[in-house]
Design a protein around this ligand. Structure first.
Ligand code: SF4
Length: 187
């Protein structure tokens, strides 16, 4: 686990060190100022795992959500859930960030960021997205080769390898592991 990660660093971190499931959530939240429950759980717990404090999480989600709703509504409808994720309300259990297996098994509704994009995106949309993230067409095809065989985690490991110019593909089993491996390589 890293030290305290301020929300101000998330735009940059999402480009460098997030797997695409979490980059997708981050970008979705930034452009839509909203995430449904499933997306908030997936992304919110990931953020907790990388070292975003409870106070910073509240501030981060509040700042985005209140571009559409007022602060009172935000407090009423969404704050409890964030406290809950950090084990500060309800059962007081501190919840664990989702693994790849859990995320891949999710059955996302169309308009949310929930799920693993290697599984949930159609191939042409995924190609466009990967190209927009800076991958060459050869690299895009290397990732897609795994996707079409249903090997989503291998696709993710290939993407990691390309993004970090690493000699080996990473064996990915958890988005937070992806993040930590990335941060280790970035020094
Ligand atoms: Fe996220 Fe895992 Fe899918 Fe990679 S394989 S995008 S880390 S759920």
């Amino acid at each position: 686990k890293q030290g305290n990660v301020p929300p101000e660093s998330l735009d940059q971190l999402s480009k460098k060190s997030f797997p695409i499931c979490m980059r997708n959530c981050h970008e979705y939240l930034r452009s839509n100022h909203h995430l449904k429950h499933g997306g908030r759980m997936q992304y919110g717990l990931f953020l907790k795992g990388i070292g975003v404090s409870l106070e910073d999480s509240l501030r981060f989600f509040r700042e985005e959500f209140t571009k559409k709703i007022d602060a009172e509504q935000f407090a009423k409808r969404y704050e409890y859930n964030i406290y809950h994720n950090y084990g500060k309300k309800g059962s007081m259990i501190s919840y664990t960030p989702y693994s790849c297996l859990k995320i891949i098994q999710e059955n996302p509704v169309q308009d949310d960021c929930r799920g693993c994009p290697y599984k949930t995106s159609d191939t042409s949309a995924l190609k466009v997205k990967l190209a927009s993230y800076g991958l060459s067409s050869t690299h895009v095809q290397e990732v897609i080769n795994y996707v079409t065989k249903g090997h989503y985690q291998l696709a993710c490991g290939k993407y990691f390898q390309i993004m970090h110019e690493s000699p080996v593909e990473l064996g990915v089993h958890h988005p937070n592991q992806y993040f930590e491996e990335s941060q280790n390589l970035m020094g």
